[in-house]
Design a protein around this ligand. Structure first.
Ligand code: PEP
Ligand code: MG
Length: 575
């Protein structure tokens, strides 16, 4: 047995042991070869269609039973495409009249469909282009005899290995079977990593392309503390890792005792620990893991994994559900933050050279106001059901905030004129993700009720380092003096104006950063639910006044590494 080890970034804590399922997702583009036997080529196409139909039927049933009718609709759409006589006729003509081999006939015909659909005025028809792509890939896999893996319908325990997982792929993972995942690409703050934390499954990301040579079926161990993937471990390693896995689970059980306790530092300062969520199903887990509120509801996940935009009604019911579930506890819902690594294929938006610097989040909403107004109406209507706070993402300049607030005020007035009830005390805040805002936070503070610092983006924009690029992962330095100073500027500006300030970037749940953030005076720490209890345990053992001094000293050190060491020393002497 040949044991191999790959290094990556531990993106979600824990140890997983299971067999690998490797997903090779390169898009196959066949050569325009001529068919040697047209009848056989046509027969192969028909068989591939039948096999694809069986797959989709099974996925449809499975998704419907597990995730409900709405999520299953996508696959109903796929079945309709398979049954479209024009598609089959187009392929038949390409084989029989143009003489092409089955693979090319399928590819060429599907491409025609995709380009016609992509140019349609009707949005619903445009969205079908994505479905045609999906279904064509599936039929192509059958034609080529290559296994097509559906993440939503796995039937055995496994660890997924893939070049990358999109956030919607990750949303489909069934944690009953998927014990962890490894990706070649990505960083700690890529959205698939964030999803892994919310699903509480161990994950290693950014492990490099070499992991794609792992074979399906071999035993894998993911050890996130060691930032390692071990392939085909020998029996002694397997035994040791199983024991460590047990200890990890026991510590988790210990932490569970803190669930209902408030987070009060040794010297009596209370902070709020909240959860970041992407899906409604995350709420129960967040509550059970001690969340005192939802500090970031990434509303864009309601728009993903679908074939069309969610309606006002759909959004209203999702937001109302979240607010009702949380009762009087705060729920910060962030308006749509699409762009960067979060795509909505059904909108068929033009590709951008620098998507993270492009038309993302609020910028996109201010250009596509219909969609923005629909979301705001849904939020305003839902506001009567709980303690809603609305938050705008990716603001760079004050004009954007003022325009967003103006649109919100207009929609609120319209609802009131229509006789629809709206909560009169909704706090409106903004994320601080762009350095332009952090350094002039005092100029924004009078216009908001709260700030929430989004360090995932703030770090990438401060360091000019794409958060998805694993080669630049060394620049993701939450403890760099520049980041600490920016964070301090925001906290000080908020305090001066009497506003509260939270952090919903991953840094809030980082065990080396959290003590400094306590010292700097952060009020709310919002993180993946799985980090809440360990952060609570840590903060309850610290003295805020001492960490104020430590934070001040840390900011005078020139390099992250020095700050890391300094914090570690202080934590050790605190034990
Ligand atoms: C952030 O940028 O820190 C943040 C919380 O937003 P997201 O990770 O969704 O971009
Ligand atoms: Mg962000």
């Amino acid at each position: 047995m040949n044991t191999t080890t790959y290094k990556g970034i531990g993106a979600s804590p824990g140890i997983a042991i299971a067999n690998a399922i490797v997903i090779h997702d390169e898009v196959y583009i066949p050569e325009p070869t001529q068919s040697q036997d047209k009848e056989a080529s046509w027969a192969r196409v028909q068989q591939a269609f039948t096999a694809a139909e069986q797959d989709i039927q099974a996925i449809y049933e499975h998704t419907k039973a597990k995730l409900g009718d709405k999520k299953a609709e996508i696959f109903e759409g796929h079945l309709m495409i398979l049954e479209d006589p024009d598609l089959l006729e187009g392929i038949q003509t390409s084989i029989e009249e143009d003489g092409y081999e089955a693979e090319y006939a399928l590819h060429a015909t599907a491409q025609q469909f995709i380009s016609i659909l992509s140019e349609m005025d009707d949005e619903i028809l445009r969205e079908r282009a994505t479905d045609v792509k999906d279904i064509t890939n599936r039929i192509m896999s059958h034609l080529r005899g290559v296994k097509h893996i559906d993440l939503s319908s796995l039937q055995e325990e496994c660890i997924i290995v893939a070049r990358d997982l999109t956030p919607s792929d990750t949303a489909l993972l069934d944690v009953n079977y998927v014990k962890g995942f490894v990706t070649a690409m990505g960083s700690r703050t890529s959205h698939s990593a964030i999803m892994a934390r919310s699903l509480e499954i161990p994950a290693i990301v950014g492990a490099g392309d070499a992991v794609m040579s792992i074979e399906t079926g071999v035993t894998l161990i993911i050890h996130t503390d060691q930032q390692e993937v071990i392939v085909q471990p020998d029996s002694s390693v397997l035994e040791e890792m199983t024991a460590q896995q047990q200890r990890f689970i026991q510590h988790k059980e210990q932490l569970a005792k803190l669930v209902d306790q408030p987070t009060i530092s040794k010297d009596g300062s209370q902070v709020e620990l909240a959860a970041n969520i992407g899906k409604l199903e995350d709420i129960d887990r967040a509550i059970s893991l001690g969340a005192e509120g939802i500090g970031l509801f990434r509303s864009e996940f309601l728009y993903m994994g679908k074939t069309s935009l969610p309606t006002e009604e759909e959004q209203y019911s999702s937001y109302s559900y979240a607010l009702q579930k949380m009762g009087t506890k705060p729920v910060v819902i962030r308006t749509l933050d699409i762009g960067g690594d979060k795509e909505l294929p059904y909108l068929n938006l033009p590709k951008e050279d620098n998507p993270f610097l492009g038309l993302r989040a609020l910028r996109f909403c201010l250009v596509n106001q219909d969609l923005f107004r629909t979301q705001l109406r849904a939020l305003l209507r839902a506001s009567v059901h709980g303690n809603l706070k609305i938050m705008f993402p990716m603001i760079a300049v004050l004009e954007e905030l003022l325009q967003a607030k103006q649109i919100l005020a207009e929609e609120k007035q319209k609802l009131i004129d229509e006789g629809i009830a709206v909560n009169d005390h909704i706090e409106v805040g903004m994320m601080v993700e762009i350095p332009s805002v952090a350094v002039s936070a005092d100029l924004f503070a009078p216009h908001i009720d709260f700030f929430s610092i989004g360090t995932n983006d703030l770090i990438q924009y401060t360091m000019a380092a794409d958060r998805m690029n694993e080669t630049l992962a060394y620049l993701y330095q939450p403890l760099h003096p520049s980041i600490l100073r920016l964070v301090k500027m925001v906290i000080d500006a908020a305090n001066k104006e009497g506003k509260w300030v939270g952090m919903c970037g991953e840094m809030a749940g980082d065990s080396l950063a959290a003590p400094l953030l306590l010292g700097l005076g952060l009020h709310e720490f919002s993180m993946s639910a799985s980090s809440i209890l360990s952060t609570k345990e840590q903060l309850m053992n610290l003295n805020k006044a001492e960490w104020k001094t430590h934070a001040e000293h840390a900011m005078t050190l020139a390099q992250s590494e020095q700050i890391v060491q300094y914090v570690q020393q202080q934590l050790t002497s605190n034990e």
